[in-house]
Design a protein around this ligand. Structure first.
Ligand code: PEP
Ligand code: MG
Length: 323
């Protein structure tokens, strides 16, 4: 099987009825590039920038960040690189920020909430990204967006930094797409409004599932509730993809669900444009998608959306995809 997958390294990901989707990789540092390139990734769909900030005793400098972003953009040779701005808090702490302990860190002061408050830190990251933007095809994505005001504020800060750089004579790409992670139910529900203002969505199912089903993604005792193929999750994902498409935007997914063998047929049927996963899952996913028909998966998902339990959905997927 592995040998079969290797042959798919440079292939496009096209369904049996001719529909193309993009298979992208999630990375945490420039060191992951090697694995991305050797697993036939068509893009980077999520660069988690937290690691630049972790395991040290102070914030990374603009220069340090610039070098890392440039390395990744150059390494991808013009292919898309979606960089997520700092998503700290929740399970990821930065001791040197001295933030007070919280009762519910996953519902607390984290990610974009922290960045909009600690704007110095946020602006440094945005400047590093903007300076690196001419090295490749950069797209910027904000994490944990819960309201449109947050997106507008974050985008305004980005614009300000861009104008500053331009007036300093620094060249900045003028075609950087700016999008958001959809990982909070309020944002999925209001996706039609967001879609008018963002350039793209990337659905963060790791968090979206935990917030929707109220089941901690790290807690073994409630892991039975953590159900990617629950019809409630499928309906939210559908809302997001449909909202994007109605505005002519694209919708991707960068949570673990995007690489899940059972979820992939459903996501294909829902019209997901980009699947971003750990690099080592890409060739397997490609080999699966090449054998599926989008038309048939549309029929499957239409039924799944009307089902009442996850086990019915899983059974229907097995039935529809068995050979
Ligand atoms: C997600 O929430 O699905 C996601 C991709 O982000 P993280 O796993 O870093 O929270
Ligand atoms: Mg997340």
């Amino acid at each position: 099987r592995k040998e079969e997958w290797i042959k798919l390294m440079n292939e496009k990901t096209v369904t049996s009825d001719g529909h193309h989707v993009e298979l992208a990789a999630n990375i945490g540092t420039p060191k992951d590039l090697d694995r991305v390139v050797h697993n036939g990734s068509e893009a980077i769909g999520l660069y988690r920038t937290e690691f630049l900030y972790m395991g040290k005793d102070q914030l990374p400098s603009e220069e340090e960040q610039y070098q890392a972003y440039k390395e990744v953009l150059e390494g991808m040779n013009g292919k898309t690189v979606v960089v997520r701005t700092l998503d700290i808090g929740g399970d990821k702490e930065l001791p040197y920020l001295n933030l007070p302990k919280e009762m519910n860190p996953f519902l607390g002061f984290r990610a974009i909430r922290l960045c909009l408050e600690e704007q110095g830190m946020f602006r440094t990251q945005l400047r590093a990204l903007l300076r690196a933007s001419t090295a490749g095809n950069l797209k910027i994505m904000f994490p944990m967006i819960a309201t449109l005001e947050e997106f507008r504020q974050a985008k305004a800060v980005l614009e300000e930094e861009k104008q500053k750089l331009v007036s300093e004579g620094v060249s900045v790409s003028d075609c950087i797409e700016v999008g958001i992670m959809v990982e909070i139910p309020s944002t999925a529900i209001l996706a039609d409004q967001f879609a008018k203002e963002v350039d793209f969505f990337s659905i963060g199912t790791n968090d979206l599932i935990q917030y929707t089903i109220a089941a901690d993604r790290m807690n073994e005792r409630v892991s039975y509730l953590y159900q990617p193929c629950n019809p409630a999750i499928l309906r939210l994902v559908k809302m997001v993809i449909d909202a994007a498409h109605r505005e002519g935007k694209w919708a991707g997914m960068c949570g673990e669900m995007a690489g899940d063998e059972t979820a992939i047929p459903l996501l294909l049927g829902l019209g997901l444009d980009e699947f971003s996963m750990s690099a080592t899952s890409i060739l397997k996913a490609r080999s699966q998608i090449l054998r599926l028909s989008k038309r048939e998966m549309e029929g499957l998902v239409e039924k799944a959306l009307q089902m009442s339990t996850t086990s019915e959905v899983i059974e229907a997927v097995a039935e529809a995809t068995k050979k």
